[in-house]
Design a protein around this ligand. Structure first.
Ligand code: FES
Ligand code: FES
Length: 154
């Protein structure tokens, strides 16, 4: 069966079983390798995408639940030529370690800045609470989000 959704601003039509995970569709059918498979159970944040603007685990979201919705992956935030302020700030602060969690963290942070352009550190920590990073880079990530918020206001 064919399912329609918008992915990173482009209308896409995917022929797959309705119960296929959105993560599988994004990675294997649409070639978007940013979202990662971590726990597979909605607990780690590595696969997070924005679904109608909300950070959502794509690993336990079936394709049918994304029907007609707006999906944004890390690739949709920006690219090398036109990076999102968050992508620039994470590089400037060297906030990533292994990088496995970063795709999910960046989309969670983007959702935060979209609804609250001037967060304090506590609000940033809360917004990233569902995204696990085992490398201990959390302090630098919070600094990077604060920096992106500052630079976006200039
Ligand atoms: S892989 Fe989806 S939340 Fe962990
Ligand atoms: S940078 Fe996130 S798990 Fe390592």
């Amino acid at each position: 069966m064919t399912h329609e959704m918008t992915v990173n601003g482009v209308r896409r039509s995917v022929g797959a079983d309705a119960e296929t995970s959105l993560l599988h569709v994004l990675r294997e059918d649409l070639g978007l390798k940013g979202p990662r498979f971590g726990c597979g159970a909605g607990l780690c944040g590595a696969c997070f995408v924005l679904l109608d603007g909300h950070p959502t685990p794509s690993c336990d979201t079936p394709l049918w639940a994304a029907e007609g919705k707006d999906v944004v992956t890390v690739e949709g935030l920006g690219d090398l030529d036109t990076p999102h302020p968050l992508q620039r700030a994470f590089l400037d602060e060297q906030a990533g370690q292994c990088g496995y969690c970063l795709s999910g963290i960046l989309v969670s942070a983007a959702a935060l800045l979209a609804r609250n352009p001037e967060p304090d550190e506590r609000e940033v920590a809360e917004a990233l609470d569902r995204n696990l990073c085992r490398c201990g880079a959390q302090r630098r990530m919070i600094r990077a989000v604060m920096r992106a918020a500052r630079e976006d206001r200039r």
